[in-house]
Design a protein around this ligand. Structure first.
Ligand SMILES: Nc1ncnc2c1ncn2[C@@H]1O[C@H](COP(=O)(O)OP(=O)(O)OP(=O)(O)O)[C@@H](O)[C@H]1O
Ligand SMILES: [Mg+2]
Length: 249
């Protein structure tokens, strides 16, 4: 099924929270048909950037667009962009299937789509149990299914690998690749650089809100370095993220 190619673009994106510069002058693109990893240590500004992209945080300056439009300007925002931010807010007494039915009704999905996602995301073993008993990985899977309900051409996923075991990570890799192979634009954040190397085609690496490196993984790691080494080299060897405090004038 042909999909409209939709590019994600951040242009000179900047966000300050008081004296904290969460994101500074960040420019990058995520292309259709590709899984783009958005990487950086804790506090680097990944979630803030994704929230700006989804219209949840207003940029201090610069733009974040999807197919050239701000999220709120899209003709059908939820049908265009499937988002996974924090763990899905699952009602503890509801089952995963009920959760998908409620959100599916809002997205105009039929029962068949829900069954399709239950199979695709391997929710079968727990989807009829109340969500209060779900593990982190189970919540992540239901959250992903929720993001995929309207079969959106763009996916923005904040740390989808969190809480997944090695088998889950391998499964996620296959899932993201097949979603991108169908022409979708997939932007996926992670603070685990090494693990993500095998999950993505392109990377955008940030530290302290600023771009550190950008490009196809195959090109950036051509000389045998892995992304973690690349990051350490580019940032002068420190491993913990921080933020820039603006000096008082
Ligand atoms: N609402 C807010 N108010 C004040 N500071 C904020 C706010 N949101 C984020 N920050 C700060 O912005 C910086 C970037 O945070 P952000 O959550 O974007 O990082 P992250 O890369 O997603 O980190 P993690 O890997 O831990 O999820 C941090 O210094 C954080 O404390
Ligand atoms: Mg985050």
């Amino acid at each position: 099924m042909p999909r409209p190619p939709i590019r994600i673009e951040a242009h000179r994106l900047t966000k300050r929270f008081g004296t904290v510069e969460a994101v500074t002058d960040l420019t990058f693109t995520a292309a259709p048909g590709t899984v783009t990893g958005f990487l950086g240590p804790n506090g680097a500004g990944k979630t803030t950037t994704l929230r700006m992209l989804l219209g949840l945080v207003r940029p201090t300056s610069g733009t974040a667009t999807i197919g050239g439009l701000r999220y709120a300007e899209l003709p059908d925002p939820p049908g265009t962009v499937g988002a996974l931010l924090d763990s899905a807010h699952l009602h503890p007494a509801r089952t995963g299937r009920d959760h998908l039915r409620v959100y599916g009704a809002m997205a105009g999905c039929d029962g068949r789509r829900i069954e399709e996602l239950i199979a695709m995301l391997d929710l079968g073993p727990f989807v009829d149990r109340p969500a209060r008993g779900y593990s982190t990985g189970m919540r992540r899977r239901v959250g992903l299914a929720t993001a995929l309900l309207p079969d959106p051409p763009v996916l923005v996923l904040d740390e989808p690998g969190n809480g997944l075991d090695p088998r889950g990570i391998a499964w996620l890799r296959t899932l993201l690749r097949s979603l991108a192979a169908e022409g979708r634009t997939v932007l996926v954040s992670s603070h685990v650089l090494g693990e993500t190397q095998q999950l993505v085609d392109d990377v955008v690496i940030i530290d302290s809100g600023r771009l550190v490196a950008q490009g196809p993984v195959a090109e950036l790691t051509r000389d045998g370095t892995d992304l973690e080494q690349l990051f350490l080299h580019a940032t002068g060897g420190h491993t913990t993220g921080g933020h820039r405090e603006r000096g008082h004038i």
